[in-house]
Design a protein around this ligand. Structure first.
Ligand SMILES: Cc1ncc(COP(=O)(O)O)c(C=O)c1O
Length: 358
């Protein structure tokens, strides 16, 4: 196994002390006291269920219109992605990956030695999914087709008919579809269905990290057919075994109040989306609309993105996420889930720099 470095994460480690990071994809952090509850005094901190507690699995299943038997709780969606790939993908297997994409979805199959084929989308074409291209690229032997829905970094959605077509493609090539659904419900009224509804070849990942701003709980999940989950659980026995009882307790509270978290996210995103749309109109060097859903946008920049990012950091302590992390270097990602004042100041800094660069 030879895993490429997780450049985006390493970059965030390096710039951690920066004043303004306007590139994060999560909804702003939530604090323990926001739940208004105390941890149970008799919480067993010695043992927990291998696949996740019955209560948390039941609540997760509801979000995917699945049954509890189809849910495996993992240490974040990060571990879910790792388990799926290490269980299903062998060296030299053909894995197709949607591009642009959150890099672990592309690089974990690379790490296990797969022949990873990037299937690019074109921003000139509104980041449209080219299903003919997917069908041709899959041929008769693709092992895994990989997406994020909503996509990170473009926030584009896979529709019900896209998902049906993908299910059909993997039926023909005897493979599976893996969809990271971390941002799916952040399309609110337009939320696309979970792939878990589309048969045993479809695998969904998700997490409490982004919707709730609860990233350090490290609670995510895989939803898929029970025979696949057995294989993933067998691999998980060697990575974390059972998850954290403490984290699952708090994540269960969050899942029990999911509509509250969606409303909170929508409030934050509505304000910031408007602000970003206004700011972008003032920056002709940036092209691309603010998407109507999701937490991130991915404008094209006519100014070199690496130079822009480095100057923003040096002069204004402002962090953007360079498009190279997602496989498209002439774009960058901005996040809409943070503090409005931070986004406002950060965008003003981007504007100032773009003006001086043109
Ligand atoms: C698409 C996607 N999946 C998963 C994650 C990480 O999820 P977790 O914190 O549950 O490991 C991220 C974080 O940026 C992400 O963008």
């Amino acid at each position: 196994m030879d895993f490429p470095p997780f450049e985006h994460l390493l970059y965030y480690e390096r710039v951690h002390g920066a004043r303004l990071n306007i590139s994060y994809s999560n909804i702003r952090e939530f604090h323990l006291d926001g739940f208004g509850r105390s941890l149970p005094k008799d919480l067993d901190l010695n043992w927990t269920f291998r696949n996740g507690t019955p209560e948390i699995r039941r609540l997760i299943a509801r979000r995917h219109r699945a049954s509890s038997q189809e849910v495996l709780v993992t240490t974040g969606a990060t571990e879910g992605n790792f388990l799926v790939n290490t269980s299903l993908v062998h060296p030299r297997d053909r894995v197709l990956v949607d591009v642009p994409i959150y890099s672990p979805l592309r690089d974990v199959p690379r790490g296990v030695g797969a022949n990873v084929v990037e299937v690019p989308r074109d921003c000139q074409d509104g980041w449209r999914l080219d299903l003919d291209r997917w069908r041709k690229s899959a041929g008769r032997k693709a092992r895994l087709l990989v997406f994020a829905n909503l996509n990170n970094p473009t926030s584009t959605a896979l529709s019900r008919s896209d998902i049906r077509e993908l299910a059909d493609i993997v039926e023909e090539c005897d493979g599976h579809v893996l969809v990271d659904e971390t941002f799916r419900e952040l399309a609110f009224d337009d939320t696309p269905p979970s792939v878990a509804e589309f048969g045993p070849r479809m695998i969904a990942l998700s997490t409490v990290t982004k919707v709730c701003g609860l990233g350090t709980l490290r609670v995510g999940w895989i939803v898929g057919a029970p025979d696949l989950l057995d294989r993933f659980a067998g691999m998980k026995d060697y990575t974390t075994g059972g998850g954290s009882a403490l984290s699952q307790t708090i994540a269960t509270w969050a899942l029990g109040r999911w509509d509250f978290f969606l409303r909170r996210a929508k409030r934050i995103l509505d304000v910031n989306r408007k602000l970003a749309a206004e700011a972008l109109r003032e920056m002709p060097a940036l092209q691309g609309d603010v998407p109507s859903c999701g937490t991130v946008l991915f404008p094209h920049s006519t100014v070199d993105v690496a130079r822009l990012a480095s100057r923003l950091l040096k002069r204004y302590g402002t962090v953007i996420a360079e498009g190279r992390f997602f496989g498209v270097p002439d774009h960058f990602r901005l996040g809409l889930g943070g503090e409005t004042q931070d986004l406002k100041r950060g965008l003003a800094n981007v504007r100032r720099l773009l003006r001086s660069a043109s």
